[in-house]
Ligand binder design. Structure first.
Ligand code: IVH
Length: 697
């Protein structure tokens, strides 16, 4: 049996030899990471890992669930398509779910895909299956609904069932028709990908840099960020395009084949990708893959693979889907692109939380059509593990996105002039000690707002969208005001109105902009407590945890008081903290560390002299299961699991995947497994499906 390993070093082949406890802890860790990365990617439009790394996490999670089915939970991220739609937009429930695609990564998997289809359809040997090969556009999928020939709604994929209403913003895209021709079905949903051309992405980032706005990691995130704007006049300024590739709900069949649909979509006035081809064997699919792959770097837009789809719609119907991906289609992903370059220097960047991140300055090199001159080295252990030295030749990889990774150094190419990088133990920006906590790979500056590098990053976070959201106070202004000595601590923001005349005199400002800025600041003097907590930039405290804390403690001094008392783990305050759902020891420790720090206490009291946080109103649901924690197990006969879960959540319950002491009800359907035994051991109330339905009614 393999001993405990961190999942980073785990290969998929080793999974079956893990102990169940070990597999469980790895699964929890991997699923948590997937969840965090889903949020970063789908809600914040800012991925922090490459697609290849993300795919590996999903594959690990799937492989563990396959090897240990008892660990698979209904909350598994592998069952989710995309991410939870953000609260910023109205929600739209898709008339038909928006599916995801399963992936293959090797040419050897192509014949297996065809065989699976053959077997499923039980076709006579030698039956020819026609496939359509399409480039997999790296944008974001959108469902356009036309009613009586008129564009009525447009929604993002969201979690596959419910998406975000982006109709207003979609109307600003000139290549999306507002009307369909007369012969189109009355109800006609068209699905496809909104994308931004590579060249437009580069100019957008340049422009964003000049105005101190948010820069995007890649064209896909730029497209997503541009479309998911509250203000559609911003979307209108962004060059977005659309490729149509599928239908959703329609009131009339418009063709019997996928290729037929694509040609009708062209007639309807949509752009359909010109590289799409028809194939009828594994070899011809692979040839088409190679052809598209060869043009990749010359294309105006990013693609991250090709999609093989069965042409006949009756076969598509018969094949159906398996866990949110159709059996009749598959994405064949491109491998990461690699190139060789040299490390010229290693610099240290200091992030908002004080993390010291080594960044390699590279001899500029083109990988996958994008010029790369920097790459993160993550942390000091990574530099040591990969034996990366200044002056080394290295292999650089760009995997379907623009966050480049250094895969390996090439010691065989050294000439002796290379130098080992010694990682600083003092913050290069402020000179305060940079410390590593136990078990952490990251070294952090202890200076907080006293550290200029952190102070700027923290202020940028402080005014960001989910925090104080102050229009006109972007990173450019923060850097400038900081340089002028006007802005170091968050409370200084609220003293800026006293400087209105000076601000108005600044380059590219003027009285009007200065007034707007001051008004925007004044408007935030009364603000939701959750935003204030989130704005403080405490490690691991995202906006949803901030909301939870705001609802629980209702005031900042109360939260602070509990955290200070909780320094003593035997004090009831500590229990109070970790009893909050979703707050474990690690988050509790970060909260305690932050609030017990004198510097932070001063910062908060200065802030509260200017800002009045407003306690969020808790939605009080009049339901017998409001606030209860429930677990479903076994097969339900009257409802699907997803529906039962959605219904319970609508009525204020929290649905979790495993039974614990905190569980209030276990709803046990047919063929339930060991969860019922665990529940009865823990004294958790077990209800049959009928009893559950009676309780709800
Ligand atoms: S078909 C049921 N075709 O890839 C199949 N998807 O990983 C639905 N995508 O959500 C999708 N290019 O955002 C299809 N030519 C293409 C595509 C494509 C890009 C995206 C789409 C989808 C995701 C799945």
């Amino acid at each position: 049996m393999a001993s405990y390993q961190p999942f980073r070093e785990l290969s998929i082949n080793e999974i079956s030899s893990l102990s169940i406890e070990n597999a469980k802890s790895i699964l929890i860790e991997v699923n948590q990471l997937i969840y965090q990365h889903d949020i970063a990617y789908h809600q914040k439009d800012t991925p922090v890992i490459s697609d290849a790394e993300y795919d590996r996490l999903v594959q690990l999670s799937l492989a563990i669930e396959n090897a240990f089915p008892e660990l698979a939970s209904q909350n598994s991220p592998t069952l989710r398509v995309g991410s939870i739609p953000s609260d910023q937009f109205e929600k739209i429930t898709h008339a038909r779910p928006m599916l995801s695609l399963s992936n293959i990564f090797n040419k050897e998997e192509v014949p297996a895909f065809i065989q699976r289809i053959n077997r499923f359809l039980n076709l006579p040997a030698e039956t020819e299956i026609t496939f359509i090969v399409e480039p997999k556009i790296d944008g974001l999928s959108i469902c356009l609904r036309y009613e009586n020939g008129k564009l009525s709604t447009a929604a993002t994929r969201g979690d596959g069932t419910t998406g975000e209403d982006v109709t207003k913003n979609i109307r600003t895209i000139s290549s999306i028709p507002n009307f369909l021709p007369k012969n189109a079905p009355n109800i006609c949903e068209i699905r496809g990908e909104v994308y931004m051309k590579k060249i437009d992405f580069l100019s957008l980032n340049k422009a964003q840099e000049q105005v101190g706005g948010k820069k995007f990691a890649n064209p896909r995130n730029a497209a997503a960020g541009s479309l998911r704007q509250k203000d559609s006049s911003i979307t209108a300024q962004r060059p977005l395009h659309f490729f149509a590739y599928a239908l959703g709900e329609t009131s009339k069949l418009i063709s019997e084949t996928h290729s037929g649909i694509l040609s009708r979509l062209t007639d309807f006035g949509f752009s359909v990708n010109s590289l799409i081809t028809k194939c009828n064997s594994a070899n011809s699919l692979i040839t088409a893959y190679d052809k598209i792959s060869a043009t990749r770097s010359e294309l105006e837009y990013d693609i991250d693979g090709v999609v093989y789809k069965i042409d006949r719609l009756d076969w598509q119907d018969r094949l159906g889907q398996v866990s949110r991906a159709p059996r009749w289609a598959v994405a064949h992903k491109f491998p990461a692109e690699q190139a060789e370059t040299r490390i010229l220097e290693i610099d240290i960047q200091i992030g908002r939380t004080g993390a010291l991140t080594p960044v390699a300055r590279l001899q500029p090199i083109t990988v996958g059509g994008v010029v790369v001159s920097n790459a993160t080295l993550h942390n000091e252990d990574e530099i040591r593990r990969k034996d990366i030295r200044i002056g080394d030749k290295v292999i650089l990889q760009r995997a379907g996105d623009v966050i480049p990774q250094i895969v390996a150094s090439m010691p065989e190419k050294r000439d002796g002039s290379e130098t080992i990088f010694s990682f600083p133990v003092e913050c290069p920006a402020c000179g305060n000690p940079a410390m590593r906590s136990n078990g952490e790979a990251v070294r952090r500056c202890t200076g907080g707002f006293l550290c200029d590098a952190q102070s700027i990053e923290r202020l940028i976070h402080f005014v960001s969208r989910d925090a104080f959201d102050i229009a006109g106070l972007g990173s450019k202004q923060i850097i400038l005001f900081n340089k002028l000595g006007w802005l170091k601590y968050p409370s200084d923001i609220f003293l800026l109105p006293d400087k209105m005349d000076e601000i108005a005199l600044l380059d590219r400002m003027g009285l009007k902009s200065a007034k707007n800025l001051i008004n925007a600041i004044d408007a935030r003097k009364k603000i939701g407590l959750e935003r204030v907590i989130f704005a403080l930039g405490i490690r691991q405290i995202g906006i949803s945890t901030a909301k939870l804390l705001a609802e629980t403690f209702e005031t900042l001094p109360k939260l602070q008081q509990v955290c200070i008392a909780a320094q003593d783990k035997n004090h009831p305050a500590y229990q109070e903290l970790i009893d909050i759902d979703q707050i474990g020891e690690s988050i509790a420790n970060d909260l305690i560390m932050f609030f017990s720090e004198k510097k932070n206490q001063q910062l908060i009291s200065l802030l509260l002299e200017n800002v009045t946080p407003v306690t969020p109103i808790k939605a009080q649901l009049d339901s017998p299961i409001a606030g209860k924690i429930v677990v479903f197990t076994g097969t339900l006969s009257q409802l699907s699991r997803a529906e039962a879960k959605a219904q319970a959540e609508r009525m204020g319950a929290k649905v979790t995947g495993s039974v614990s002491q905190k569980t209030d009800y276990l709803i046990s359907g047919a063929n339930s497994g060991n969860k019922s035994q665990i529940a009865s051991k823990l004294g958790v109330t077990i209800l049959s499906e009928d009893e559950w339905i009676t309780l709800l009614s």
